[in-house]
Design a protein around this ligand. Structure first.
Ligand code: GLA
Length: 377
């Protein structure tokens, strides 16, 4: 990847790149739709990433060519306006957000590529944002504070691009740790690395389905959660215990009750999953993942036929501890926890089972937990 990118940089700009930065996509093991409820998530950064080769410019322009999405995005740091190539809005949004926060920025030119599939629920946009933040940091020389960079990238996505996502994707792309998932408290932003249970592998199961209406359904879920929090008189569903919920659930509308039930139970599952990981208890972690899928399917209603088919196939295969949809939902990827020595047969079996039951050809890979955004060269 690095060599190909450096070569493309030479062809585009006629000399060598000074620096290469990388920011990973992520897979979330458990803790779905909890981040914007001030709750807990347990994602890991994966060995699929966005890469940028770059060199500083003497003026205040940014000029970036995308090898995968086509075209070149160009903008002036002192004159940021919306519009232009879709993907370059993420770069511009990050520039805007860093500048608004008072960071001194320099111009640069670069070539971007990546292998995080777009729209698959593996956070290709957060990876692009954090790679951009790293590029600015590399040329402008300000300090790298992973949490702050994640917050500024989230702000770019919320207020420049217009997607009201939570903090999970940006934070794990900024702060991921090799061999570990991170338990993130999305209120305090405390990060606790948790090792993967010995002898297990994490498998990403891409259904090859993509759904267009994710953003509006996502924002609707957020509103429903806020409504539930108001009912309980708290600022976020994080503050409602399962006992409080059960005592009052009968007074909620059916939809609000189901949404709240998912979030409140998912927070509990996520904390328990982190405990299970610390004990190396893959069985328990897997069962919690299965329960999470049911809750997302039946109560939060963000799964899809393809995701259900994938989770059903995976859960039934020997060596699989558990499987669930991952990310916002409605299409994209599921994730499975599998015994390492059975990972290859698992991949073969789940591929044929899913093909048979859904008619789609999936894309399935065993992934490694990697470091967060970094200057790599
Ligand atoms: C998307 C958002 C995240 C999070 C997940 C659901 O990936 O970007 O902030 O809300 O959906 O858990």
């Amino acid at each position: 990847m690095r060599a190909r990118l450096r070569e493309a940089f030479r062809q585009t700009f006629g000399s060598d790149a000074h620096t290469v930065v990388r920011a990973p996509g992520r897979v979330n093991l458990i803790g779905e739709h909890t981040d914007y409820n001030d709750g807990f998530v347990l994602p890991m950064a994966i060995d699929r990433a966005v890469w940028i080769a770059l060199r500083p410019r003497s003026d205040r322009q940014v000029r970036v060519r995308s090898l995968d999405l086509g075209g070149t995005g160009t903008f002036a740091l002192d004159d940021l306006e919306r519009g232009g190539e879709g993907w370059s809005e993420y770069l511009k949004g990050v520039a805007w957000s860093l500048r608004e926060d008072g960071l001194p920025l320099r111009g640069w030119e670069g070539v971007v590529t990546g292998d995080v599939p777009v729209g698959a629920g593996l956070s290709s946009s957060a990876a692009l944002e954090l790679a951009t933040a790293r590029a600015f940091q590399a040329v402008s020389g300000f300090g790298w504070d992973a949490v702050r960079m994640a917050q500024l990238s989230q702000r770019a996505e919320n207020d420049w691009v217009g997607m009201k996502c939570g903090i999970m994707d940006q934070l794990i792309s900024a702060a991921g740790q090799a061999g570990h998932a991170l338990l993130i408290d999305c209120r305090s932003l405390e990060l606790t690395p948790v090792p993967l249970p010995r002898g297990t592998a994490v498998v990403v199961l891409d259904t090859s389905t993509r759904r267009g209406l994710v953003d509006s359904a996502y924002n609707e879920r957020r509103r429903q959660c806020e409504e539930a929090a108001r009912f309980f008189g708290v600022s976020a569903l994080r503050d409602v215990t399962f006992e409080q919920f059960q005592a009052q659930a009968g007074r909620l509308s059916e939809v609000t009750r189901k949404r709240a039930q998912h979030v409140i139970s998912e927070n509990r599952r996520t904390l328990e999953a982190a405990e299970a990981m610390r004990r190396g208890d893959a069985d328990r972690l897997g069962r919690l993942m299965n329960e999470s899928h049911l809750s997302l399917r039946d109560d939060f209603e963000v799964s899809s036929e393809a995701l259900d088919a994938m989770a059903d196939c995976a859960q039934a295969i020997d060596g699989c501890y558990g499987a669930r949809m991952t990310g916002a939902g409605f299409g994209g990827c599921a994730v499975a926890l599998v015994a390492e020595e059975k990972a290859q047969t698992f991949v073969d079996h789940v591929t044929s089972c899913y093909q048979r039951s859904s008619g789609h050809t999936p894309s399935i890979y065993v992934c490694q937990a990697t470091e967060g955004a970094a200057v790599v060269d």
